[in-house]
Design a protein around this ligand. Structure first.
Ligand SMILES: [Zn+2]
Length: 535
């Protein structure tokens, strides 16, 4: 992804960034400054005060700058300045445009407020927060110091079409396919969606991965991240970009799996309830990174393909394989009328550039800023209960705040083709980007286990509350993780008894032998037909 001063969907291709996130680079800053000076002499709007000291301006200023900077000759500049000063006819038409704009804004605000109110009503705060870490130790997915963890296994170059890409795709599917073989689990609908696309390096075959709890459900809370890595620099690992976000998403789904099943069975038995028609969906995009310099054509190949397919296909339940709870759920949704597949996404939550310590996530979209607030509150609640950080973390991090601040400019990322089709977006990407962004330093050394642990707790709680999972749904021992967990707990206990300081790194080294013995069980490569996996 990259910073964009002018939004992609506004059709302007010349982004000026803050230097850090801008591959295109400022093309004519000097000229722009000159134009602004002239505008301000003419009584036109002045540049906003960016406290970052960078060249990013706010959206209001963007609009103004587009008017002036679209002309490069001084004659055309003078003409646009004249327009801003206004003749009477121009003023009348501008007033009309402003009136229509205000009316539209009021309508949009009213419908957003209504939608927010009904969604917010669905959220119920979980009282017993200790249920969240009890869903399982996230280390097996997000601990980069553990060689057997999912994060370690996907922390390899994974350029589209490469052997690494195939390996990572298999590793991401494995935990879900393991559940699909478990008779007690309702399983997940796993779809590998291959496509071919034109790139500056010729035609390339890529694959998106979509995993859905109940595919018959007419609405989804969709968590997404990209799993590919950059072609250059050669050997680029992309630990924060986006191996860690992928691992966080997998942990969230697997940790909540048993609770989701319990809720599915409950809804099927009791009929419709609050949030009963919303299911959890995960998307792992391929081809987010550009082959050369980032442009609108050379980037986000996976999300463009998926969004385009989902705008051209209808979601028309019942269509789920008639097995397990899916059969019961089909009956629940049978009266829903067909909609475009893309419209089943209630919110797209896109995680990117996460895993380094001290992320700062501002709200990027006014329509979903209330979800940022929910996350911020969730972080505070978990911290107050001392459940946010790993059990052995030093107490001086207990008041770290990750949410808030202001988004300067826009960011180009996988959400854009969905945003353009009206999908509400919650973009979880830090501002500023991690210092290692798009460098060889974005490897395991850029990651902080405490931060990744915090992200898993946060996402589990957020998703559980969003989907209105009851405390009774969450009260159960995790199936897949139990054995490994018992070994860890035993060792932790032994160390506590011996009065030793517990360090996860050392603990991992000590449990390596045990981990070796267990790794073959939940995370084993399997050849399963992707299309018939629900149940
Ligand atoms: Zn990137």
């Amino acid at each position: 992804m990259r910073w964009e001063r002018v939004s992609w969907w506004a059709g302007n291709g010349n982004g000026h960034g803050n230097g850090k996130g801008n591959e295109a680079g400022p093309s004519s800053l000097k000229e722009q400054r000159e134009e602004e000076r002239e505008l301000s002499r003419a009584g036109g709007p002045s540049r906003c005060n960016s406290q970052h000291g960078c060249r990013i301006v706010n959206r209001r200023c963007n609009t103004t700058t587009i008017i002036s900077s679209s002309s490069s000759s001084s004659r055309r500049r003078r003409r646009s300045t004249w327009t801003l000063r206004g003749g009477s006819r121009a003023w009348a038409s501008q007033s009309a445009v402003i009136c229509v704009g205000l009316c539209l804004l009021l309508l949009v605000t009213a419908s957003t407020a209504q939608r927010k109110a009904s969604l917010e009503k669905r959220f119920e705060r979980l009282k017993n927060l200790s249920l969240i870490p009890a869903l399982g130790d996230p280390a097996r997915f997000v601990d980069h110091r553990d060689r057997t963890s999912l994060l370690s296994r996907i922390l390899i170059p994974r350029v589209p079409e490469s052997a690494g890409s195939k390996k990572v795709l298999d590793a991401l599917k494995e935990p879900f396919e393991a559940l699909n073989k478990d008779a007690k689990s309702l399983g997940w609908h796993v779809q590998t969606l291959p496509f071919e696309t034109k790139t500056p390096h010729g035609n390339k075959k890529m694959t998106n991965l979509v995993i859905t709890k109940n595919p018959a459900s007419p609405r989804r809370l969709t968590l997404a991240a990209h799993y590919d890595s950059k072609v250059l620099p050669r050997g680029f690992l992309g630990a924060t970009d986006s191996a860690a976000p992928c691992a966080i998403i997998v942990d969230t789904a697997i940790a909540l799996d048993a609770a989701l099943d319990k809720a599915e069975r409950r809804y099927a038995k009791e009929g419709k309830g609050k949030g009963s028609d919303v299911t959890l969906q995960l998307i792992f995009f391929d081809g987010e990174e550009a082959y050369g310099q980032w442009t609108h054509t050379d980037s986000i190949y996976g999300s463009k393909d998926l969004a385009s397919n989902w705008t051209r296909s209808a979601h028309s339940p019942p269509h789920a394989p008639p097995v397990g709870a899916a059969r019961l759920s089909q009956a629940r949704f049978a009266s829903e009328r067909p909609v475009r597949s893309i419209d089943t996404i209630e919110h797209l939550v896109l995680l990117d550039l996460l895993g380094a310590s001290h992320p700062q996530i501002p709200p990027y979209f006014p329509g979903t800023s209330w979800l940022n607030t929910r996350l911020s509150e969730a972080q505070k609640r978990l911290q107050q209960e001392l459940l946010f950080w790993p059990p052995n973390q030093t107490p001086n991090r207990h008041d770290e705040k990750w949410f808030g601040g202001h988004a300067w400019g826009g960011i180009e990322d996988d959400h854009l083709p969905f945003l353009a089709n009206g999908v509400p977006i919650l973009h979880l990407i830090p501002t500023p980007f991690p210092a290692v962004w798009h460098t060889m330093k974005d490897d395991a050394s850029a990651l902080d286990y405490g931060t990744n642990y915090g992200w898993t707790m946060l996402m589990r709680l957020f998703v559980a509350e969003y989907l209105n999972l009851a405390a009774a749904d969450l009260e159960q021992a995790p199936r897949a993780n139990r054995q490994r967990e018992e070994v860890r707990e035993e060792l932790l206990e032994r160390q506590v008894q011996q009065g030793q300081r517990i360090e996860m790194g050392r603990l991992n080294a000590e449990t390596e032998a045990e981990a070796e013995a267990h790794k073959a069980q939940p995370l084993r490569a399997r050849d399963v037909d992707d299309l018939t996996l629900f149940g």
